[in-house]
Each structure stands twice: as structure tokens, then as C-alpha cells.
Design a binder for this molecule. Structure first.
Ligand code: ATP
Length: 306
């Protein structure tokens, strides 16, 4: 049974957040009495995420955020600041050490905008259903999300079948699934003639587009994007960003976007969170955060990108 928590509507935004993360903490290793207190951006020596007593890594410490329907929220920070761990915990790849993540999708049976469920209390079947049907992810490394032993079309078909099973809608017809895969590849600008090829034959940019097609197959209300342009040529990066903008315009998913690339943030995100050593050091409208950064670390990040 999922715990149901009534949450007040945020009047300013109209609809309440689809995802509301509160006090999310993730520690790799044992937690001592001073582990959280003695790590973070203000720890002695300019900050650390390693506990001086136990050697544990505090990847996230008391991270809270709200993601509204249709919003694009960016999380930036240097390598090791905890960005990927944030997405991994929200996609239920890893259990959190502490905190809650209320998910409010009116598409879920028995759910309404007045109710939210804490993802971290889902049982394994509910977690699978969430990933099969309600949250899509695009990872920096396509090998972690795509099956390289089957075709691009097969990867998308797997997701369509899992989503149908999650909705208890039985098996769709083979021709319908193939048609859906063709549409998704076309929408994400992958040549449809290559539907039967394995992703290993594709360029990095095409592999990312197949991942995006697979994530969109379930038309999720929430999309998690982890460094999706890192390692790609500039022109390929630009095409992926255009694709995300176009898909967002048409489908309006809420997007939580993790990157260390300020130009990606500037182009895509309306709001931005800055993380360092597992903690949020600054957040606000992207224009404000990038044009008038208040925290010295954000100033450093923005200046480095100029
Ligand atoms: N499985 C793990 N075991 C131990 N430490 C881990 C594990 N996964 C991540 N970490 C540590 O947690 C911290 C945060 O890692 P994370 O990958 O979230 O950072 P990031 O901001 O996404 O960095 P990058 O931009 O390099 O991906 C790092 O110090 C990392 O070494």
C-alpha cells in the first residue's frame, strides 16, 4: 500500500509540483554522529563531501526541490557535487539514506492533484511500474539505458510493451508497436530506415536520440536528463538541445536536467539549482542565477564558462 499524503496546492503556480523532494540525503558508507555536520561546501578547507571520521561520501545532504508540471529545472555543479546521485535516487536506482520524494501524477489510478505518494516507500512492483510508465530517463552513457544486443526499434518496443503491461492493457499488435517505434524514431530524427539496426552501429548523437525516443515512448509526466550532451560534438549537442526544446513544446513533460554545461542551462531551463559537495548553495530563476550569482561558488562557475 502506498502512503498517501495530502499536500496543499501552490497557488502561485496554479498546479502543485509533480515532484516534491524534501530533505533528500544519500551517504555512501557508514554515518557517524558528525558525518552530515562536517561535510558540505562550508566544511573546513574549502569544503568536502568526505566524512573525516568514517571516510563515507555524502553525495546528497538535505536536498529539497519542487518540479512543476511542464517546468524545466536544471541542476548544475562541478563533478562530484551529487547531480547524478540525485537523479539515480529519484529513478529508484539507489535507495536514499533519508528524505522523501512526493510524486503527484493524476494519470496514476487512484491519484489526484490533491494527493501525492512518496516514491521512496514504493514496493518493488510499484517502483517497476513507475519506471515503466511514469518517469523517463536519458543517461549520459547510452549503454546504461539501451540494450545494445537488440535493434533500436526493439529497445523502443520493450518500453512500449512494459508500459502496456504496467497498465494491464494486454499485448498490443506487433504492427502497432513497430508503427509506434517508427513514429518515435522519426520524432527524434533517427533515420527510420535504421530501425532494425543495433544502437552500437549508431553515432553518439544518434544513440542519445534513440534513448530519448525510448523515454518518450511512455509519454512520461517527468523526464530525467543526465548530462545528455556531454562528450558530443558541438553541432550534435545543438541538435539534441533543439530536439529537447521541440519535444518539450509539444509534449510538456516536467524535466529535471542535470549538467555541468552552463550554455545548456541557459538555453533550456527556466529555473536552476546550484549544488556543491552534496548541498544546494543557490537556486532561482535561471536568468537571475546566471546573470547575478550570489554565492561565490556560482560566481566561479559562471565566470569559468565565460
Ligand atoms: N556507488 C558509490 N559509492 C561510493 N561513492 C559514490 C557512489 N556513487 C557516487 N559516489 C560519490 O558520490 C559523489 C557524488 O557523485 P555524483 O556522480 O552524483 O556526482 P556528479 O555531480 O553527478 O558528478 P559527475 O558530473 O562527474 O557525474 C562523488 O563523490 C562520487 O564519487
Amino acid at each position: 500500500m502506498i502512503r498517501s499524503i495530502p499536500v496543499p496546492t501552490d497557488v502561485e503556480q496554479g498546479l502543485p509540483p509533480v515532484l516534491e523532494v524534501d530533505g533528500l540525503t544519500k551517504v555512501y558508507g557508514p554515518i557517524g554522529p558528525r558525518t552530515l555536520e562536517h561535510t558540505g561546501p562550508d566544511a573546513p578547507g574549502g569544503g568536502t563531501n568526505i566524512c573525516p571520521d568514517t571516510g563515507s561520501v555524502v553525495a546528497l545532504n538535505n536536498v529539497s526541490l519542487k518540479l512543476y508540471p511542464g517546468q524545466i529545472l536544471a541542476v548544475i555543479g562541478e563533478s562530484g557535487s551529487g547531480k547524478s546521485t540525485l537523479l539515480k535516487t529519484l529513478y529508484l536506482d539507489e535507495p536514499p539514506t533519508d528524505g522523501s520524494a512526493l510524486f503527484r501524477d493524476p494519470g496514476l489510478p487512484g491519484n489526484t492533484w490533491d494527493q501525492a505518494h512518496d516514491l521512496f516507500l514504493y514496493n518493488p512492483a510499484q517502483a517497476r511500474r513507475l519506471r515503466d510508465r511514469h518517469i523517463g530517463i536519458v543517461r549520459q552513457n547510452p549503454k546504461l539505458e539501451l540494450n545494445f544486443n537488440i535493434s533500436a526499434g526493439g529497445n523502443i518496443a520493450e518500453r512500449v510493451l512494459a508500459a502496456n503491461a504496467a497498465e494491464l492493457q494486454g499485448h498490443p499488435h506487433y504492427g502497432d508497436i513497430r508503427q509506434r517505434a517508427l513514429e518515435l524514431l522519426s520524432e527524434t530524427q533517427v533515420p527510420t530506415a535504421r530501425i532494425d539496426e543495433r544502437p552500437g552501429n549508431f553515432s553518439g548523437g544518434m544513440q542519445q536520440r534513440v534513448q530519448i525516443a525510448k523515454a518518450l515512448a511512455i509519454q512520461p509526466p517527468v523526464l530525467l536528463l543526465d548530462e545528455i550532451t556531454t562528450g558530443l560534438d558541438l553541432s550534435v549537442q545543438a541538435r539534441i538541445i533543439d530536439l529537447i526544446l521541440d519535444l518539450h513544446d509539444r509534449l510538456q513533460p516536467a524535466i529535471l536536467l542535470v549538467t555541468h554545461d552552463i550554455s545548456v542551462v541557459r538555453t533550456l531551463a527556466s529555473q536552476t539549482i546550484v549544488m556543491r559537495y552534496g548541498q544546494i548553495v543557490e537556486q532561482g530563476l535561471t536568468d537571475q542565477v546566471l546573470e547575478d550569482p550570489q554565492h561565490p561558488y556560482t560566481q566561479e562557475l559562471v565566470n569559468a564558462a565565460l
